[in-house]
Design a protein around this ligand. Structure first.
Ligand code: FEO
Length: 394
């Protein structure tokens, strides 16, 4: 790869991780990038670094532009190691560089690396003069960690947004216009659903603060740079942060001997009859992180499990743990399952749906052994009724 000048004096010097398939248990079939940006003015600033495994890649690009020991500032927008992992190696080469970060960032980096680097903390809104250009920092706590901040370059109308607006896509192309919107939307939604969903209120605050800035380009720390589709991605973030959904459903389930699957498909038949699109997500064939984009978009989430050993099937249990962590709001929930004796799985799912604060307009279904044709007809009717409720609420 070569460095790429994305705005006058601003160069992409990141790394492309073509082989990453698991980002803390979020599957990334398209890989990812770690984006770092070098700004060359009277002072030289590097905004973010890359995962330590890719340090040499970043260093090679840096050396094509400057002597790394000329770097005056390293902006650490975020402590997480995909962006700060190369700090120790870089600071060995550029020991004079000041590490600019939020107060939480300094605490995190000191705790993580146990190094007494020349830190300089910045308040939200504070600026740093580079010469003709000035960097301005905005704290964006919990988008994605307490230390998170973004860097704005007013002279170039450029927002270096760190994790916000990212997508896990490895590509040699740098701009949104070079990659289709459908792929970008899919990956940005998957990223939001698996990384940012829990922090909707923080996203809203960040969007309100950043909305006052004049922004032509958003360069995140993962994936492509938003230029052509900047209005669309901002609109999508508003929608997701407000938990706005579509009149769609996702049925997430697993099955032992096929009974829960029969219930799932009878519900699907009823929902489809009511005109509601349904995404069928069996947890034997879909990773929990691959289900989350459907959860992000769907008004109603139907969750089913057979009872095993007085509780949930482990795959459903894992999904519920993940769902509780990401905490989607303002959804309609519906619970179903099957059992031989006991039947505790349905109750355990209901507890999670209650925890999430979702409405449950219809009673759960729990069938002993195998649903017979009459029961399947009733289940289909329940699916249709649920579909009509979704139509009214959407
Ligand atoms: Fe891309 Fe929260 O790190």
């Amino acid at each position: 790869m070569q460095p790429m000048e994305i705005k006058p004096a601003v160069h992409w010097v990141g790394a492309i991780d073509w082989d990453l398939r698991d980002f803390h248990d979020y599957l990334t079939p398209r890989g990812t990038t770690y984006n770092a940006y070098l700004i060359i003015d009277e002072k030289i600033a590097l905004v973010d670094t890359v995962k330590q495994t890719h340090f040499e890649e970043m260093l090679t690009l840096l050396k094509q532009l400057v002597n790394p020991d000329q770097i005056d500032y390293i902006i650490a927008n975020h402590v997480e190691m995909d962006h700060s992992g190369s700090l120790p190696l870089l600071l060995e080469i550029a020991p004079q560089a000041k590490v600019i970060t939020s107060p939480q960032g300094e605490k995190g980096l000191r705790r993580y690396f146990k190094k007494d680097w020349p830190f300089q903390t910045v308040k939200s809104g504070e600026t740093l003069e580079l010469g003709r250009r000035n960097l301005q920092f905005f704290h964006t706590p919990m988008v994605h960690w307490p230390d998170s901040m973004v860097t704005y370059l007013a002279e170039e109308k450029l927002l270096l947004s760190n994790d916000a607006f990212g997508q896990h896509i490895a590509t040699s192309q740098r701009f949104d216009s070079e990659v289709g919107w459908d792929i970008l939307y899919e990956e940005a939604a998957t990223y939001y659903a698996n990384i940012v969903l829990l922090y909707g209120e923080n996203v809203k605050k960040a969007l309100a603060a950043l909305g006052k800035l004049d922004i032509e380009m958003i360069a995140p720390s993962h994936g492509i740079i938003w230029q052509k589709h900047r209005p669309e991605i901002l609109k999508a973030y508003q929608k997701w942060a407000n938990h706005q959904t579509e009149p769609k459903t996702v049925i997430v389930y697993d099955t032992m001997w096929g009974s829960t699957k029969k219930i799932a498909f009878a519900l699907q038949a009823g929902l489809t009859e009511a005109g509601i699109p349904v995404s069928m997500r069996c947890l034997k064939t879909n990773h929990i992180s691959a289900v989350m984009p459907d959860v992000l978009e769907a008004k109603a989430i139907l969750i089913g499990s057979p009872t095993l050993n007085n509780g949930l099937l482990p795959s459903v249990s894992a999904f519920l743990t993940y769902l509780k962590g990401l905490r989607p709001k303002e959804r309609i929930g519906f619970v179903f399952g099957s059992y031989g004796w006991g039947g505790q799985a349905v109750k355990e799912i209901e507890e999670v749906v209650n925890f999430l604060g979702w409405s449950q307009p219809l009673e759960s279904i729990n069938i002993q052994y195998l649903p017979d044709p009459e029961e399947l007809a009733q289940i289909k009717a329940t699916g249709k009724k649920l579909g009509e409720i979704i139509q009214k609420e959407a």
